[in-house]
Design a protein around this ligand. Structure first.
Ligand code: AMP
Length: 630
């Protein structure tokens, strides 16, 4: 059995760290870690995928011996297709066994860039272009999925793509459904230039017992993930082998072994699923289960979730707060006695929801904190010690975390004391070397090399980390910084409110004024005036009380369940500019777009004749740029 060290207190972390990192784990690549696990647990289940969500629906499981063999073939195939150590293979796939193989094989052969299949063609093309992707692994046409079409349209716009490899999900369908598939295939226009090949046909010819090339060392950049972009355009973050292995080693050291089963309904194009979850399985031999391509978004997954836990004898469920909120409302009649913990992260978990979830399900939550820029894991509540609700626990072993006050250039102005709020800064084997786009790296690291996370937080007297907001999210009202979290927390206290997103709306006098978008609980009622009154009473400072509150059917959320603030900002700008123009007698549609260098820009489509000078008089006092749509 692999070494296991219980983790309850900060002293336990210090104990682990008494052995230097490289001494505890000599440099190792992801592929070598997989080889070790496959040697130790060859016949144990490794990856399972079910295309439909029913507890009795067919599923495909690979054991560790098979995962190693198929990964070896995938890596060899990618090399044969021209992927060298510095070349990019893009994975535009939903969750499935092939996505896991493409990730691990891709990071072994070259640099893998997973792309969210929900992105639009333009964004996909832009990520392919920026990474100079040579091979694109994607879906073959599949009913009710537009991924294949988007992939081909995007690839057609990018010169670097030399091969498209298609994964045909129909082999996951049983019997009649699979037989019907050729008739259900949507018609596709052949828009691309690159040859299209079948993933499994290409793979089969490759050796499965050895790599056909020399692997680089653990400092090699082997992946490039795009950030969720909750505060702006997605940014590309390169990851080293070393950071990937680190994300697997730590959970395996403290709490996850080969008999564990992790159900992961989160997308593999995001760091949370790939690193602390998939890599932990690679490090420990635990079983990684993917319910449907869409995970929590998949049809029936939330409804059947507890039955799926029973089916797979799940010990760890992986979730985000929005999923927790949907799951507490479901029927809980299933045998879930195998469950040990629900690991939750990615976005703030409201304390009320935390308590409701534990009460309703009896499952203990371990809330953690991570980010793409740290490969992922930063801190988590200790599984064998006191969990402080609302905190994100202790920094994991070999991660140092400080709360600093920095100026814009990254110079440290002061270090905060216990419970004093400042910017969370970290150092760890997982911290990335900086974004691929150099322009984004200004002030990203402190002078002495600590990553500035952009998150605001504090460390309490016991060493627990509390996230209090995001520096990069602040609403700046006349030079006064307002943390949107104070508005969101206050409105969440209202009994009718399910979710809140607060952002700054442009204001000619103050720069920005706070506004809030609110999604109500199912069947609940509350009008904006009532919510505004409630906010005035409950938001702790007067200046932070939202000037405008809007009730919306659904808040825009990202694929990992975070409120997508750029959409809310766009709505706010369009509303404020539209109103200001109308008051000046100028009829125009305002469409807000994201511009690479200028950020959000309002584009105007005039419906009545107006001179540019007249428009400038109305809109120039606002800080946000505008232009006439061409
Ligand atoms: P991403 O790189 O897309 O995963 O986003 C990382 C960001 O998500 C962090 O910088 C935090 O702002 C936020 N985040 C992650 N985990 C938590 C958490 N447990 N509570 C609050 N915010 C979180």
């Amino acid at each position: 059995m692999a070494e296991r060290i219980e983790w309850a207190t900060l002293e336990d972390k210090a104990d682990v760290e008494r052995v230097p990192y490289e001494e505890r784990w000599p440099p190792c690549t992801v592929y070598r870690m997989l080889q070790e696990t496959a040697a130790a647990h060859a016949d144990r289940p490794a990856l399972s995928f079910q295309i439909k969500s029913g507890p009795d629906d067919s599923a495909e499981t690979m054991d560790w011996r098979t995962v190693l063999a198929r990964t070896t073939q995938t890596a060899n195939m990618l090399r044969a297709l021209g992927i060298g150590a510095g070349d990019t293979v893009a994975a535009l796939l939903p969750n499935c066994n092939e996505m896991a193989l493409t990730l691990i094989g891709g990071m072994t052969a070259g640099i893998v860039t997973p792309i969210n299949p929900l992105l639009e063609v333009e964004q996909i093309a832009s990520l392919l272009r920026e990474t100079r992707a040579k091979v694109l692994v994607t879906l073959a046409p599949f009913p009710r999925s537009d991924v294949a079409n988007k992939a081909q349209a995007a690839a057609a716009e990018v010169d670097t793509v030399e091969t498209i490899l298609e994964v045909d999900l129909k082999h996951y369908l049983s019997g009649a459904a699979s037989w019907l598939m050729p008739f259900l295939r949507p018609k596709m226009a052949a828009q691309h230039r690159a040859p299209v090949k079948d993933f499994w046909t290409e793979l089969r010819g490759q050796p499965d017992d050895r790599l056909t090339f020399e692997e680089g060392d653990d400092t090699r950049i082997a992946a490039c993930f795009h950030t969720g972009g909750t505060t702006g355009m997605p940014k590309l973050a390169p990851h080293r082998q070393r950071g990937m292995v680190y994300n697997g080693r730590i959970p395996a050291l403290h709490m996850i072994g080969e008999t564990d089963v992790l159900i992961c309904p989160l997308p593999l194009f995001h760091v949370f699923a790939t690193y602390p979850i998939l890599m932990t399985c690679l490090a420990s031999g635990a079983h990684f289960v993917m319910p449907t391509p869409g995970g929590f978004r998949g049809e029936g997954v939330i409804t059947n979730f507890w039955k799926l836990v029973e089916r797979w004898r799940v010990t760890f469920m992986i979730m985000v707060p929005t999923a927790a909120s949907a799951l507490v409302r479901r029927d809980f009649s299933a045998d879930t006695s195998s469950l040990r913990y629900a690991v939750c992260g990615s976005a703030p978990m409201p304390v009320r929801l935390f308590e409701r979830f534990e009460e309703a399900t009896g499952v203990k939550i371990l809330e953690g904190y991570g980010m793409t820029e740290a490969t992922c894991l930063v801190s988590i509540n200790p599984p064998h010690g006191e969990r402080k609700i609302g905190s994100v626990g202790y920094p994991i072993a070999y991660t140092d975390l400080r709360i600093l006050q920095c100026d814009a250039d990254g110079n440290v102005v002061a270090e905060c004391g216990a419970d004093e709020v400042g910017e969370i800064c970290i150092r760890s084997p997982g911290v990335f070397p900086g974004y691929t786009d150099e322009r984004r790296n200004e002030g990203l690291f402190t002078g002495d090399g600590w990553l500035r996370t952009g998150d605001l937080g504090r460390i309490d007297a016991d060493g627990y980390v509390w996230i209090t907001g995001r520096a990069k999210d602040l609403i700046i009202r006349g030079g006064h910084n307002i943390d949107p979290a104070v508005i969101e927390e206050a409105l969440l206290e209202h009994p009718a409110v399910a979710m809140v997103g607060a952002v700054g709306q442009p204001d000619a006098r103050s720069g920005e004024l706070p506004c809030a978008y609110v999604e109500l609980k199912e069947g609940a009622h509350a009008d904006p005036a009532e919510l505004a009154e409630f906010a005035r009473e409950h938001v702790p400072e007067r200046a932070a009380a939202p000037r405008h509150i809007e009730v919306v059917d659904t808040l825009p959320i990202t694929a990992v369940g975070k409120i997508y603030k750029p959409d809310l900002r766009k709505r706010a700008i369009a509303r404020v500019y539209g109103k200001a123009l109308a008051e000046a007698g100028i009829q125009a549609d305002v469409i807000v777009v994201e511009d690479k260098t200028r950020g959000l820009v309002a584009e105007l489509v005039l419906r009545s004749g107006a001179q540019e000078a007249e428009i400038a008089e109305v809109l120039d006092p606002f800080a946000r740029p505008w232009r006439l749509r061409q």
